[in-house]
Each structure stands twice: as C-alpha cells, then as structure tokens.
Design a protein around this ligand. Structure first.
Ligand code: NAD
Ligand code: MG
Length: 353
C-alpha cells in the first residue's frame, strides 16, 4: 500500500488525482487538504487552509501530491523534500520560488521528486537513465493558449472569460490565465532548470498548438526523443503515483487513423512578454524567480477580479521586478519576505495604474 496525502484535493488536479487513487486499491488516501472548501470525510485526516505541514506530520504519508495553487504550496513542498517523502509535484510555483533551497532540502532528505506538470513529466520520462551531460537541449512545448496568433492591439480588451477558454487543457483559473499570457511557460522554464539541472540557454520553448507533444529532448549525438499523448493530466498524475510502475488510465493511446499533424512554431515574445521576463528572472537567480511568481500571482488575481487589463499583467510583473533586490534566500523566512515584498510592489503598481 502507498499512503498518499493529497493537497489541493478540490482543484482540477486534485479531483483527477482522486479518480486515479479510487481506481487503484494499492493507493490509500490518508490525508487531504483544500484551501477553503469543506472536504469532511474525504480522507481519514483532512484540513482546510492553515499550515499544511501539520497535516503531513500527523499523516506521515509515503507520497505527497502537492496540487495546491501558488506560493501557498511551498511549506508542504519543503516538508516532503526535507523528510525524504516522495513528492509528486504539480505546484510548480513552489519550486520556482524556492529553487536552490528546495534542491538542498531534497539532497538532505534523499527522496524522490516526481514532476506532475505534463511537460516535466514528459521530459523526466525521456531523460530516464540519462545524465545531463548527454543532453543538448530540453524543449518544452506549449499550446500557445487561447490568444496564440493575436497582436498586442488585439489583446487590449480581452476579458477573463476569453482568457479562461483554453483550447486544449481544462485547468484551474490561475494556470489557465498563465497559459494565456505564457507566464505558465515561463514558470515551467524555471521549474525545468531546477528539476533537470540544465542552464537556461539549454532549455527552449516551442509552441505545438494541439498539445500532443509534451516535451522533447535533443541529445548531443543528434537524436531527439519526444513524449506524445492526448492532453490529459490523468497520465502524468498516474505516472507519478504509480512510479516506477505504469498503471492503466482511462486515456486512450494515440490513434493515427484520423491522421496526426504536428506543427511547431516559435512563441511570440513581443506579444507575450512574460515568457522572456521569466527567463531573465531565472537567469538573474536569487529571489528573482520568487518575485516573478509573487508579482504574477497578484496581477493574475487582479485581472480575474476585473481590476487590471490583460496586458497589465506583464506590465505589473515587469515593474515589480525592476524594483526588487533579488538577493538569495537563506531559508524559508527569507523567501516569505521576498514573496511578500514583491506582492507589495505589484499591489502598489495596481493602485497607481
Ligand atoms: P485549482 O485552482 O483548480 O485548485 C487549487 C487547489 O488548491 C484547490 O483545491 C484549493 O482549495 C487549494 N488551495 C489553494 N490555496 C490553498 C491553501 N492556502 N492551502 C491549501 N489548499 C489550497 O488549481 P489546479 O489547476 O488544480 O492547479 C494546481 C497546481 O497544479 C498549480 O500549481 C498549477 O500550476 C499546477 N498544474 C495544474 C495543471 C492542470 O491541468 N490543472 C497542469 C499542470 C500543473
Ligand atoms: Mg504544464
């Protein structure tokens, strides 16, 4: 039996994870948490909001599936890594914000870090049994979101409802807006840097509008391996929970009978500046990625609340990043401070705008 703690149980990833756990008698849900919705009876131990590490201490799970959205997922990520408990990580924001601290905690804990983000799960699978010196480049694919092909002028008046209409994935609101701005690919770029130990210049982002190719590794001998499948998060969730086995899911294998066209195109960095801003924050290092994430969370919430136009999201993040000091964090306390500081700057930008 594998004892699972599911954090973010009421969300998009959380609900799909429950489906996987229910289908597998060898997976036992011992604890579940949500941010605000009641989850009484879902698991022997449940918690709504608060410090999720208290729940993890009581539950002592074998696997923590962290599907909380945003920086709020950070203490649980660090707890799992520090304790050597397998971490199935959907909450990319925590790895982006904590970066080096998270890897230090993993080194001390000695546990597994299994990405649930589809691109990273795909890259992890292409890389299994390989070392980073055999890799030429990692290619992260993205659909381009609902606004692919638009110009900045086209994007001036787009509404939250339009941003939430994702062409290929059905996800929670925050990541769906991040997909529309390409901030999500930016967070994923930083996530990939920490997960796979590759410098930023060896991680490329390419759009593949139907989301069939999830990632690609170019090896130094000229060979490339790609991971293909229908866009369905139950596949990477199942991969992480069954690892190193592979268990059946309801997702059908690829069908070529209808023909399958795979087109790739470069992202438009001028129209969607958050991808380039994330790359720069990643390269600057220190707490720049933490600040990028914090300012983006504030700006996305403001956009969803109708307080900020779509193009204001990138402007808010850029402005906040230009004012932070980006000094490295020594501990969780430093990170919480860097996060709060960037949030304050972003909020200040909103009230001026
Ligand atoms: P969601 O908004 O649907 O769900 C978020 C969950 O987190 C909810 O259960 C909510 O109650 C919980 N939560 C929020 N704040 C909390 C707090 N302070 N304490 C405890 N729980 C809290 O989001 P989602 O789309 O499921 O995404 C979850 C994470 O997975 C995000 O980091 C996202 O980037 C990542 N991810 C999601 C997808 C997807 O397909 N949805 C794909 C890749 C990665
Ligand atoms: Mg992804």
């Amino acid at each position: 039996m594998t004892k699972i703690a599911l954090l973010g149980a009421t969300g998009s990833i959380g609900r799909q994870a429950l489906e996987i756990v229910e289908a597998h008698p060898e997976l036992e849900l011992v604890a579940a948490a949500s941010g605000s919705q009641s989850i009484d009876g879902l698991a022997p131990l449940t918690q709504v909001g608060g410090d999720l590490t208290e729940l993890l201490e009581r539950a002592q799970p074998d696997v923590v599936l962290n599907a909380v959205v945003g920086f709020a997922g950070l203490p649980a990520t660090l707890w799992a890594l520090e304790h050597g408990t397998t971490l199935a990580l959907a909450n990319k924001e925590s790895l982006v914000a904590a970066g080096a601290l998270a890897l230090d905690a993993q080194e001390r804990g000695g546990g597994l870090l299994l990405p649930v983000d589809s691109e990273h799960s795909a890259a992890f699978q292409c890389l299994e049994g390989r070392t980073s010196d055999q890799v030429d480049t990692l290619v992260l694919t993205g659909s381009g979101g609902p606004f692919r092909g638009r110009t900045r002028d086209d994007l001036e008046d787009v509404t939250p409802d339009e941003a939430l209409a994702h062409p290929t994935w059905n996800m929670g609101p925050k990541i769906t807006v991040d997909s529309a701005t390409l901030a999500n690919k930016g967070l994923e770029l930083i996530e990939a840097h920490f997960l796979f130990g590759l410098p930023y210049e060896r991680i490329e982002v390419v759009l593949q509008p139907t989301s069939i190719v999830h990632a690609l590794i170019r090896f130094r001998d000229g060979a490339s391996l790609a991971h293909l499948g229908y866009p369905d998060m139950r596949v990477p969730i199942s991969f992480a929970l069954a690892y190193p086995e592979r268990s059946a899911t309801p997702v059908p294998p690829l069908d070529f009978a209808q023909g399958l066209v795979l087109e790739f195109e470069p992202p438009d960095l001028d129209t969607f500046p958050l991808l380039a801003l994330a790359r720069r924050a990643g390269e600057q290092g220190g707490t720049y990625p933490c600040a990028f994430n914090a300012a983006n969370e504030v700006a996305v919430a403001a956009f969803l609340a109708g307080r900020l136009p779509f193009l204001g999201i990138a402007a808010t993040v850029e402005e906040a990043l230009s004012e932070v000091d980006g000094a490295s964090a020594r501990d969780l306390g430093d990170l919480v401070e860097a996060d709060a500081g960037a949030r304050r700057l972003a909020e200040k930008g909103l009230s001026v705008a």
